[in-house]
Design a binder for this molecule. Sequence first.
Ligand code: X8Z
Ligand code: ZN
Length: 625
Amino acid sequence: MLFLTSLVLQMMCLIFSASVDNRVERYKSGAIRDKEAALKFLEVNDKRAAEMANKMAISTWKYQSNLTEANKQEMLEMLQEQAQFTKETWEKATSFAWKDFKESYATVYRWFKKLAVLGTAALSEEKLNELNKLSADMQDIYAKAKVCRPNVTDNAKCDLAIEPELTEMLMNSRDYDLLKHIWAGWRDATGKEMKDKFLRYVELSNEAAVLNGFEDAGEMWREAYESETFQDEVEDLWKTIEPFYKQLHAYVRRKLIRQYPGADIKPDGPIPAHLLGNMWAQTWGNIFDVVNPYPEKKFVDVTDVMLEKKMTPLDMFKMSEDFFTSLGLIEMTPEFWRRSIIEKPTDREMVCHASAWDFYDQKDFRIKMCTRVNMEDLITIHHEMGHIEYFQQYAKQPVVFRDGANPGFHEAVGDVLALSVATPNHLKKIGLLKEVFEDHEAEINNLLSMALDKIAFVPFGYLIDVWRWKVFSGEISEEELNSKWWDLRLKYQGLCPPVRRTDEDLDAASKYHVAADVPYIRYFVSYVIQFQFHKALCDAAGHEGPLHKCDIYQNKEAGTLLSSMLSLGNSVHWKAAMSVITEGKTDKMDAGPMLEYFRPLMEWLEEQNEGETIGWTSEDPMMCP
Ligand code: X8Z
Ligand code: ZN
């Protein structure tokens, strides 16, 4: 029966392939003008959508927390069932003349508009399954990749996983050659292994986008920001932050030249990408010891105290929840505490990259994370719990609106709270810091440590999707995927690879989100707007003094304001949500508050860098000079 159907389909394709176009009109609407029927449809469909989303999340969780073939298969089948549901929903929704609601019922209009997009469900069953399988396979390669210890021939010594081993080595080792070995080894074991799959994934993603009436998959991804000028907006934000990034880069480069005298790092060149304390050089806070301006005022990382106190991952999660509830926000549910996975299992392979999950039943929310006891992970826990808080705040919205105002908003919530957590006064309050220095030098230490994470991240957060957008649009061809990647790494981050790269490699895909098909510009957006949110909440809390000293802990006014924005979910355009949190002051993304937060550091860096080359040049982006 199956065979017969597919044979008939194949023949039809042969006959019609030249003339039939399966494209659907973007946001198609039909002829049925019965308002009551339209509302009834939305209500009934929403219940089914919640059940479907619940089943989907359960099977994806099952797979990602135990990467077996059987679990993968089960998830792929569920993905097909979900696509079927999406198509049925689309058929029914687009039979209504829903555009009539635009003026009179804005929310109903928005609701229908969301149901009128098919997404990847527009692909044939066969191609959709191929695409889903490719994504699962790439994620599998990433999650199971291992790197050999240096100078070994024995395969048993090839057991270094990204979490925790490689991450910790990048964090703690200052051995140039060891760092180079694991940096290259990770890329050989991941991106390079995925190249063929990635190329086909790009092809199929584009095919789906075109069927939906988009130019390519990049345009389809950007639709989440509901702005015709989104690319210009993010470029403008980058241009505002770039001078500050360049100052930070010049300062860090000078310190690295001193740390690695034999490495011949050029004073006007890019920084070798393996020396910044992170596998992708996306945040640099882990090399604070190398760049520390005033070592005698050393209390910026509380890891030592956390270890001294013998804190467990559970203690860290409870500490984070305490911050949320101190603002009057919603606590984690019993299901959360029962079902989350907060330590790396030893009996199976799992996707360790931290994530937060909504099971769409208003009580089952979970985090999956291979927590290590250190300050970096304490901050990541707040990040993840921010997602859970958002899930809970909008849990009563219809399923289509159970989402961030835009994806950047979702990424920003926990980080906003973490900005308060990271202030020395707060760390002292919760017993993680013994002594707080109040002088200028201590202030510079603290701000520099924050900038190594927040400012250093900005060009990275930007370039990943600048690269993917160009790959999807075809501006970057198949033959130059990696060379163009390194052009961007040089242009935006001022980095160079310590081992010669070729177009056989695919270094972008050594990053989780590229392998796992997760858009990345959301983090760039988040890093900018989280400072806007921080400023707005600090204003609401009546904070006086510099923005970087504000701690909103226990402030119910700040909590109420945050909650009023979060509970909207995606039911309104993000500009409306931005207006809510800024109490009408702006509805735009704005890098001003980020620069305001770091202003004293900017002035200090400019002094420190006097006479230095700001910026970098390199003849060969595929190899450090
Ligand atoms: O992926 C994450 C979170 C999960 S949404 C842990 N982040 C980005 C990354 O790790 O690359 C948080 C900041 C950037
Ligand atoms: Zn996140």
